[in-house]
Each structure stands twice: as C-alpha cells, then as structure tokens.
Design a protein around this ligand. Structure first.
Ligand SMILES: [Zn+2]
Length: 339
C-alpha cells in the first residue's frame, strides 16, 4: 500500500453512517458518525455521505495525497456501479446507483463495495490474514444475516457483477426454513444471530426447555448473548442451539473449503462471542464432510499423513470497525482502471 497517501472510507450501516480518513501507517485519522437517515430517503442519505466526505477531504487533502474514496453498503448490490437490487432493509433504494450518486455529489470518483466483502478485505490486510501472513481468505460474518466475502491475493473477488461470495445463501438443509432470498435452508437461516433467537423461541414453545423459558420470562426481548451466557452456565437447551449453529457452519464451510482451497476462513460478527460454544460441532462437521480439510487439518502432522499446507478456520480479529476499515483500505487495493 502507498504509505504516504490517505483514503476516505464510508460504512453505510442500517443505523449509522460512519465516515473516516485513514492512512496505512496511522490507521484512522478521524471518524465521523451520524445517524443513517434511511427514512428520510435515498437523496438525504447520499447528501449526508457527501457532506461528511467533503469535510474530511478539505481537512486532510492539505496534508496528504488522496489515494481514493471507498463506500461500503449493505446489498444486494451490483458492482462496480453499486446498483441496489431490492435491498431488504433499505426501502426506496431499489435501482439507485450509489457510485454515480456519490460521484455526482463529490465531483470525483469513488469505489463502492458490499459491506461483507469489505470486512473480509480488512480482516485479510490488517486482521487475521496479516497475523498469519496470508493474502487470501474467505470470511463469514454472523450478524442479522450471514454475510461473506472472498479475498484473493489481497483483492476482493467480486465475481462477474459483485455477487460472488454469497456463502450465507448456500443450501445447508434442502427442506429447511424459507429465506428472504427465496431458497429454503440457507446457512443464514441457521447460523445468524436472528436464527439463534428464532430457534430459542421455537424451543420455548415446546415447553421442554425450562432454562430458555426462564430467560424469556426475565427478559422478553432476550438476546443471543444472553442465550450464550445460559449455555456457558450449562443449560442443555441453550447448548443445543449453538451446537446446531456449529453444525450448519461446518457444513457450509466444508463446501467453501472444497471449492476454494484457501489457507484461511475467518468467522466474525456479533455471534463470534459464542465461538467456543459452536466451534466443536463446526470442526466435527468440517472433518467429516471435507477431505480437503482433513488433509490440510492444522492438527494433523505430515508424519501422520497430513499436508504441509494448512487450512485455518479461526475467529475474526477485528470487531465492528471491520467494514469501515475495509472501505478505507479498498482504494489502496483496486486498480485505477476500475475507477
Ligand atoms: Zn437465502
């Protein structure tokens, strides 16, 4: 990365808009956080984005050359235009070309990317990828849904039109629950924070899980974190929920490992605090379902028939700032011909 220039990154989340100035050497120079006025409409959101970018650009362009501007957004998005395709949480944004809209407001080029892809990029360049010394990875982000991104040789793999890396919508159980994408039994329907809560509510309704029922009685709007606390305390029902999360992730990751043969798969997002609860079932499924993983299992030595190359599956190193970091890093990794 060009160490002497700076970038501006935007993280367009459901609740907040965060805009930062960044250099590879110093990290974030300054971060602005404002509410994402989704209800006020797309023009208001784009205008807020542009005025914050312009404010940072005015301040920092006097000190450093500007490498570029990266904008991260929830999808589905077609790239490189950043064209929204019926985004479930952004009513009225369908069809908006985010790149053109922001460029018009700024009078200069920007790069738009899917937020899960940007989290993967950040994790690769300054997180777990950097720690392990690898430049390729696949990341799953377990939040409201299951986001995912693929980074190959330090660059996001977008696919033909920005829709690569939708691991969260791969089928885990053919006849599972209906997903918002139209498929049944997606990974997202089994391993997201939303799925953990839904499963708990279903189990409470059977009347067979007093621990979970007690939690609901104490706090009707209970969170996945409270379910994990119950699991850590030994509650069988709560433990079963995370075992199922691990099983679904193991099945999903086995397909990714067999397809991609990457050195690193990172799991992040809000549910990562429960890693110890779901990891045993995850690795059990992964070893069972992926011969590629078995041959490259870090716990299997060469003397024991293993490969000297290893597949690592690990929790993410970065927290909720990964998306914003990725938006800042993006301009350092894309070629000028994309702009
Ligand atoms: Zn789906």
């Amino acid at each position: 990365m060009a160490q002497n220039s700076y970038s501006i990154g935007v993280d367009f989340g459901g609740t907040n808009l965060r805009i930062a100035a960044y250099t590879p050497a110093a990290g974030f120079l300054e971060t602005i956080q404002i509410p994402a006025r989704v209800q006020a409409g797309r023009d208001a959101v784009v205008a807020d984005m542009c005025s914050a970018i312009l404010k940072l650009r005015e301040l920092y362009s006097a000190k450093f050359p500007l490498q570029g501007i990266g904008v991260g957004s929830p999808g589905p998005l077609e790239l490189p235009e950043g064209r929204f395709r019926n985004p479930p949480n952004l009513p009225g944004f369908d069809g908006l070309e985010l790149r053109a809209a922001v460029q018009q407001g700024l009078g200069s080029p920007v790069f738009v990317e899917n937020d899960a892809n940007l989290a993967a990029l950040a994790e690769c360049v300054v997180g777990k990828g950097k720690t392990l010394g690898v430049d390729s990875l696949c990341m799953l982000t377990l939040g409201t849904g299951v986001g995912s991104g693929i980074v190959l040789h330090g660059r996001i793999w977008d696919g033909m039109n920005g829709m690569a890396g939708e691991v969260g919508h791969n089928t885990i159980f053919a006849d599972g629950e209906l997903c918002s994408c139209g498929n049944h039994g997606c990974l997202e329907m089994l391993a997201s924070a939303t799925a953990v809560r839904r499963k708990a509510v279903e189990m409470i309704a059977t009347g067979d899980f007093p621990g979970l029922a007690g939690l609901q009685k104490r706090h009707s709007d209970f969170t996945p974190r409270e379910i994990s606390e119950l699991a850590i305390a030994g509650d069988a029902g709560a433990r079963k929920i995370f075992e199922e999360v691990g099983r679904a992730l193991g099945i999903g990751l086995a397909a990714a490992v067999n397809t991609l043969n990457l050195p690193l798969y990172v799991v992040g997002g809000g549910l990562i605090n429960s890693w110890k609860l779901f990891a045993p079932a995850l690795f059990e499924e992964l070893r069972h379902r992926s011969y590629v993983y078995r041959l490259t299992d870090p716990e299997r030595s060469v003397a024991d028939g293993g490969s000297p190359s290893k597949t690592y599956v690990m929790p993410a190193e970065l927290g909720p700032e990964a998306g914003l970091l990725g938006a800042c890093i993006l301009p350092f990794t894309v070629s000028r011909d994309k702009s």
